[in-house]
Design a binder for this molecule. Sequence first.
Ligand code: UDP
Length: 166
Amino acid sequence: MIMSPLRWTRSLQLTLAIIKPDAVAHPIISDAVHQRILDNKFLIVRSRELQWRAKDCQHFYEEHAGRFFYQRLVEFMSSGPVRAYILAHEDAIQLWRKIMGPTKVYRSRITAPDTIRGHLGLTDTRNTTHGSDSVESACREISIFFPDFDVSRWYEEQEPLYRAGP
Ligand code: UDP
C-alpha cells in the first residue's frame, strides 16, 4: 500500500500538463508552475524533461495544422526543453485548465490575472503551459510523451491505492 498524504474520496482522472520552453528556460518561472501543481494537490504520476523535434510538435499539435499560428507554435515548442507531467486529481483535466487560464494572453491578463497564463504568459504562443482538454486527448497526449505508461493498467492497479478508506 502506498502511504501518500494525498487521499481522495472520488476516483482520480489523469491529464497531461506541459511546461513550455519559455518557462523551462527560466527556473524561477518553472518552479512557480511546479508549485501551483503542488498547491493544488495534484498527484505527480510521472514527469520528464525533453527536447522536442519539430516533427514531434507537428504530430502533437496536428489538429492545428494550417492555422495561422501553427508554424510559430511548432518552432517555439521545439526551441528548447519542455517538462511534461502526468497529473492525477479528481477533476484533473478541468482543474488544470482552470489553473492555466485562457489561451490568449490579453484575455488571461485581463479576465484571469491569478492564473498561470495571466500571471506568467508572455504572448498567445509563449503562454507557459499546456493541458489536455478531454479524456481522449489526455490519453493520446500521455501516450506521446510517456509511451511506456499504460493508462488502463494505472487505473486498475494504482488509482485505487489513492482512495480514502471507509
Ligand atoms: N496558439 C497561438 N495563437 C493562437 C492560439 C493558440 O499561438 O491564437 C498556441 C498556444 O501556444 C496554445 C496552442 O497554440 O496554447 C494550442 O492552442 P489551443 O487552442 O489548443 O489552446 P490551449 O488548449 O493550449 O489553451
